[in-house]
Structures are given as structure tokens and as C-alpha cells.
Design a protein around this ligand. Structure first.
Ligand SMILES: [Zn+2]
Length: 328
């Protein structure tokens, strides 16, 4: 099913998906219905030079302010003050985005969302990929910013690869860390789940000889290069997508809680494997992004997660999200 994704008015989408739901209710076992997204978030698509970039929302989770506060490390009073200003209802939403790049010569996916490994409000990347007019079989390459479950979970459905024709790439340090049995055995019980998720997610690709690693800040294809941003995880990596002088930097989890970490980039989160390195890397990256006026795309920045960074003259930054068109 191919639709003009992101070009439908909201009224038309409501009618369209209402009708789809009605047809599906009548024809429960129809293959067409199995592919129809139950709930479709408006898509965001833009051109970066000759490359088409489509943001695929995986979904979102909500946390109470106190729960979020426990996860963040830094000046707790200041963090609480920022969170209360940003979220007066004290419900903090964490979104997950993946990015689909049509490079002409190939179709590339940056991260895959949770798949079936996350909460029921997650796992929507494939719905949105299909709604964007593509099929999982068409993906040529998947590049992982890192190997936490909300980035690798979408690689598989059970033990089956979701992207049967794709080669999956990750930084060598990242893959070696998460695929090491001794690291898993030494990890706290809750972190062991992530080790297992990584193994489940990449095993079918490894068996097929389609899991590859790279080192350092290499060029991976014309217009696609890696940049090491270690700290959140041992091999956390950003991807630069460049065409005809335009650029978007897909920077993974360099920011988890935008309201807090742009204003105070020294704040870390409990998922950071090396907190000091994560804070240093974030500060350096945001300084570079502001200086070079890079368009950045973050996995946990509010959908569609694209925008520019500006200094705030107080050792912090301001995120300037791109306008998100909601009408023609
Ligand atoms: Zn993440």
C-alpha cells in the first residue's frame, strides 16, 4: 500500500484511516489489513541535498517527574526547576525516532526503534516505514548509533530479521562490548537484559554474514560518514548525511531530556555507561553543532527531532526545532 505520506491533510488522514479500520474490521484476515497501520502519526520528510530524509516515529513513553529526576545526575535542584518549567503537568514524555534515508543508490535506516522489545506504546517504526511508501525488504543498510534496546530492537521479530536484505553496521567497540559474554556476566542483572536484546537482535544478521563493524570516523558511503561520540555507550556514534552542501547529523542519544541537557549539558542519565565521558562528549558535540550550524536529528528529541543548536551565553544551549508542517 503506497500513500502520499506527510502530504495528507489531517482531516483526510482521519477519513482515510477511519475507512481503513472499517474495511479491516470487515475483512479480518486480509493481508492488506495486516499491513495497515493501526495508528499513524503524521510523517516528516525533507530533502538534504539529493537525499530524502524521512523521520519514523517509534512511539513515546511517559514518566512522572520524580521518576525522571531519579534517572538524571547533576544539580538536582536545578534539574527539578527546569523539569517543572518544561512540564507543568509533571509528565515527561520520551520519544524514539529512527531516520530513513533514500540516498538514490541505496535505502538506509539509522536505528530501528524498539520493535517488540519495548512497551506497548513503542515499536511503530515498521508501520511508519510502510506508510512512507517503503517496505522492510527494500532496506539495504542499517546503521546503529549504539546498541541499546530502543535502537536495535526493531531489527528482529522473534528470531526473524525484519530487514532480510539489509547489512547492519555498528561501531566495532560498541559491538565488541555488547556481544561479549564476559561483559554480560559481570553486568548488573537489569543491564544483562540489554546484552541479551543485542544478541537476539543481531544474531540472524551475523548468521547471514550481514553484520559488520567499522572503526573511527570513517566514510561509509558517498555522503554518509561516522563520528565517534563515545560515553553514552562504549561505541556510541553519530552519522553525518551530506549532499550538495546540505547536512544533517543524526546524533543518537547525545541528548535524552532536551529541556534539561541543552540548558545544562553536564547533566547525565543513569543509562550512560561512562558518565564523565558522556558529559564531555555532549559538551564538545553541542559546541561544534552550534559553531557549524549543523542541522541535527536526535533519537529522543521530540518528533521529528530535527533542529539547530545555539549557545545561550550561559555555558548552555538552546534547541531550535525545525517547523513541523501540519498543513499544506
Ligand atoms: Zn535511546
Amino acid at each position: 500500500m503506497k500513500i502520499l505520506y506527510g502530504r495528507m491533510s489531517s482531516k483526510f488522514s482521519t477519513i482515510f484511516f477511519g475507512l481503513t479500520f472499517l474495511i479491516c474490521t470487515v475483512m479480518l484476515n486480509n493481508a492488506f489489513c495486516a499491513e495497515a497501520p493501526a495508528e499513524l502519526k503524521e510523517g516528516y520528510r525533507m530533502m538534504v541535498g539529493d537525499f530524502e530524509v524521512t523521520v519514523l516515529s517509534d512511539g513515546a513513553n511517559k514518566r512522572l517527574l520524580d521518576q525522571q529526576l531519579q534517572l538524571l545526575q547533576g544539580d538536582k535542584e536545578r534539574i527539578k526547576d527546569i523539569l517543572m518549567r518544561a512540564y507543568p503537568e509533571e509528565q515527561i514524555e520520551t520519544t524514539v525516532n529512527a531516520y530513513l534515508i533514500n540516498m538514490g543508490a541505496k535505502l538506509v535506516l539509522i536505528d530501528t526503534g524498539n520493535g517488540t522489545m519495548g512497551s506497548p506504546t513503542m515499536g511503530n517504526v515498521i508501520h511508519h516505514l510502510r506508510a512512507a511508501g517503503y517496505k522492510p525488504e527494500q532496506i539495504d543498510e542499517v546503521y546503529l548509533t549504539h546498541m541499546h534496546g530502543d535502537h536495535v530492537g526493531g531489527l528482529v521479530s522473534g528470531a526473524q530479521p525484519v530487514f532480510p536484505n539489509a547489512t547492519v553496521y555498528a561501531n566495532k567497540r560498541e559491538a565488541e562490548y555488547w556481544l561479549s559474554d564476559s561483559n554480560r556476566n559481570e553486568a548488573p542483572v537489569d543491564v544483562r537484559r540489554t546484552f541479551q536484546a543485542v544478541k537476539t537482535a543481531v544474531t540472524p544478521y551475523m548468521i547471514a554474514g550481514k553484520f559488520k563493524t567499522f572503526d573511527e570516523n570513517v566514510s561509509l558511503a558517498p555522503g554518509l560518514r561516522a563520528k565517534e561520540l563515545f560515553g553514552h555507550t562504549p561505541g556510541h556514534t553519530a552519522y553525518f548525511i551530506e549532499s550538495k552542501g546540505s547536512i544533517v547529523v543524526l546524533c543518537g542519544d547525545i541528548i535524552h531530556v532536551a529541556a534539561v541537557q541543552f540548558e545544562d549539558p553536564t547533566v547525565t542519565i543513569s543509562y550512560d555507561s561512562d558518565k564523565a565521558e558522556a558529559a564531555k562528549t555532549r559538551q564538545q558535540f553541542l559546541a561544534e553543532a552550534a559553531e557549524n550550524n549543523w542541522l541535527i536529528g536526535g533519537a529522543h528529541l521530540a518528533f521529528p527531532g530535527l533542529g539547530h543548536v545555539q549557545t545561550n551565553d550561559d555555558d548552555g544551549y538552546i534547541f531550535l526545532p525545525l517547523d513541523f508542517p501540519t498543513s499544506e
